[in-house]
Design a protein around this ligand. Structure first.
Ligand SMILES: Cc1cc2nc3c(=O)[nH]c(=O)nc-3n(C[C@H](O)[C@H](O)[C@H](O)COP(=O)(O)O)c2cc1C
Length: 180
């Protein structure tokens, strides 16, 4: 799949079939995540693959907006590794770049994903650290739910020219005839 097609067709998918996610696909997603850019190339991330139904059932108890997790075959918790950081505080951006790579790779493989937020909600961070037995220096940022989509989703543009400024705040940038 073309990069731009993957980018424009990715949607948050919250309903899945019973089909398992192959081991090779999980590896592809993790390779995509770990090739992401990071400040100082520190790669301050750790990934917890969760496919134990007992653990997945606990997810909505911690995050009520992640009620779909037990219905998907696998989730990956993306964590910042504070001990691996070169530039303090950049781990959130590094891990977010890794997550987006993972979501786009999943789209290219025909998989459906949804990014469910953990950090910076303190009680969620603590609860996931407890659930997954994470050391204190490993901060769960997000849980990515992964499965085969139960339905197709539509492609739509969110381009908004009012959010684009030219050289200074408030000065619009015309794209002329570039856009229909
Ligand atoms: C930081 C972050 C946290 C999110 N947390 C949740 C969540 O807890 N539950 C959920 O269903 N979706 C969550 N989402 C997905 C957004 O709701 C979704 O990306 C947004 O509505 C746009 O829809 P789309 O992904 O289909 O383009 C999160 C997305 C981001 C980037």
């Amino acid at each position: 799949m073309e990069t731009l097609t993957a980018l424009h067709t990715r949607r948050s998918i919250r309903n899945y079939t019973d089909q398992a996610v192959p081991e090779q696909a999980i590896l592809t997603l993790l390779e995509a995540a770990m090739i992401a850019p990071s400040a100082g190339n520190a790669q301050p991330w750790q990934y917890i693959i969760v496919d134990d139904p007992t653990v997945l059932r606990q997810v909505p108890v911690i995050n009520p907006y992640a009620g779909m997790a037990p219905n998907a075959p696998v989730s990956i918790v993306v964590c910042g590794d504070l001990n691996a950081e070169k530039y303090k505080g950049f781990w959130v951006q590094d891990c977010s770049a890794a997550i987006q790579n993972m979501l786009l790779a999943a789209t290219a493989l025909g998989l459906g994903t949804v990014w469910t937020g953990i950090y910076p909600v303190e009680e969620r961070v603590l609860a996931f650290q407890r659930l997954l037995q994470l050391p204190e220096s490993i901060i769960p940022l997000a849980l990515i739910v992964i499965g085969h989509p139960a339905a197709s989703s539509e492609r739509k543009s969110r381009f908004d020219a009012t959010k684009v400024h030219h050289n200074c705040w408030g000065k619009p940038r015309s794209f002329g005839t570039c856009r229909a």
